[in-house]
Design a binder for this molecule. Sequence first.
Ligand code: TRP
Length: 339
Amino acid sequence: MPDSTFTPRVFSGIQPSGDLHLGNYLGAIKRFVDMQNAGDFETVYCMVDLHAITVWQDPDKLRHSTRELAAGFIASGISPEKSILINQSAVPEHAQLGWIFNCVARMGWMGRMTQWKDKAGKNAEAASLGLFGYPALMAADILVYHATHVPVGEDQKQHLELTRDIAAKFNHDYDVDFFPLTEPVIEGAATRVMSLRDGSKKMSKSDPSDASRINMTDNADTIAKKIRKAKTDPDALPSEVAGLDGRPEARNLVNIFAALNEQSVEQVLADMGGQQFGTFKPALAELAVAKLAPISAEMERLMGDVTEIDRILARGAEQAREITAPILKKTYEIVGMVG
Ligand code: TRP
């Protein structure tokens, strides 16, 4: 449970660096909506554009992707009445606290981050300094709200541990109890969405085959067609989870059905076990269209005239700064800044 001295508050962010797909929806956005609606936390959700530019982004594309991500959030049910929805660069305290944390975090900590090693690859000398410092800005995103809980994918667990290390070192160095030790809320395996062409690969915006993923902007026909064409095996669905072992494509489609229908995999197999894919796929296509087509239609409407999105983001930034400005001010005082 949340530490009693801090307001129970959720923060999470997604990079506006490309096309949104079903993996982003089930793995992140839908969970954000569920946490918002559960009402146990204040919820703050963010398009992390400052993180996106740690690798090159075309400015026009970045603008478009940021608004499209906002449209995806709103169309999926993130309500500006219930959550604070912001673009990171519109709330300057993120970058300001990020600088302080650049001075708290150690080079050695950063160098051990697996995402840094993966993204910088063999040519770390040519990577941006921002890419190296990425996790300190991420810690600032979270801690500038004193957020207590952060829903993220498994791949972000190490960055969350680093966030706790930064909070603890700051508290220790300045002899304060100012920043909370934030809890990660890690997704279950069932929300890990795999490619429709290869059940051993994650669904990804960088897969050259568009048939491998369902984009959040796909219309009803496209969604149904991609599911009908998804790779499967010749066997019927098992009645129990163990029967999915060694059948990654079957497992993926069952996982997607369960997540979209808000059921456990066990329940889905209890209902559908014994069915051939010739029967199961149309049922999945119908479900996916029912859940996703309204979202893509609403995204299209929102993107048709971006003033509504921009207004929501401007209001979000104002609400956010009511939280972040006092926390940054206090941080500066603790550190010894005059002004
Ligand atoms: N690094 C996260 C990702 O790539 C995005 C992110 C940036 C984030 N700041 C955050 C996630 C703060 C959670 C909290 O998925």
